[in-house]
Design a binder for this molecule. Structure first.
Ligand code: IMP
Length: 187
């Protein structure tokens, strides 16, 4: 089994390969699909997978992964706009927005969308994973993105070893569900 992972992020590819060891080969494809503007990362991932699958000719399944951070007290902000907000405001300013709030609960979500079948009307399956934590003042040098301000059981994701983070992360959980589905399909 061979799957194409459409992403520019090599870290995500390394992570996916760990979950697909012995199940499928993962090839990184850096096709830059247009991300639609939508209120849910699921809708963005579904459209991205279908578009990339059509673009790649539709002979091998294609998947994409989209993730985001939602802060409860800020109505779910930045959610589907997480990458844009990281680039424009930066995580220090996201922390300062949350710092004024009593409730600092937040959640990372990851959606994997996999496309296969007829390229004119692809079958798209989605797999989700999430992890709840709290927003804290930045700590730690590991990880990427919002990791320094997201704490799980008192430790920020930037303070964790990669394996420790993968074991509890939103993307790890979505990848595990996706790998299980592929493995079942292979049987
Ligand atoms: P994308 O899905 O790679 O576009 O990521 C969306 C946004 O969420 C970016 O700002 C990422 O930095 C952030 N993000 C996604 N996954 C993680 C994570 O595991 N830790 C920290 N930030 C993340």
């Amino acid at each position: 089994m061979h799957l194409q992972f459409v992403t520019g992020n090599e870290g995500k590819v390394r992570e996916a390969r760990e979950y697909f060891d012995g199940i499928a080969e993962i090839e990184q494809v850096t096709y830059d699909y247009a991300e639609i503007q939508a209120d849910s990362i699921e809708a963005i991932a579904r459209r991205g997978a279908a578009e990339a699958y059509r673009e790649r000719g539709g002979d091998e399944p294609v998947f994409v992964e989209d993730s985001g951070l939602s802060i409860d007290a800020l109505g779910g902000f930045p959610g589907p706009y997480s990458a844009y907000v990281e680039d424009t405001l930066g995580i220090e300013r996201v922390w300062s927005l949350a710092a004024d709030e009593e409730n600092r609960r937040a959640r990372f979500r990851s959606v994997i969308a996999s496309a296969s079948g007829d390229p004119a009307d692809p079958d798209v399956e989605t797999f989700t994973g999430s992890v709840a934590g709290t927003i804290v003042a930045p700590r730690g040098d590991g990880g990427f993105g919002y990791d320094p301000i997201f704490a799980y059981n008192g430790t920020t994701m930037a303070e964790m070893e990669p394996a420790e983070k993968n074991a509890i992360s939103h993307r790890g959980r979505a990848l595990a569900a996706f790998a299980e589905w592929v493995a079942e399909d292979e049987r």
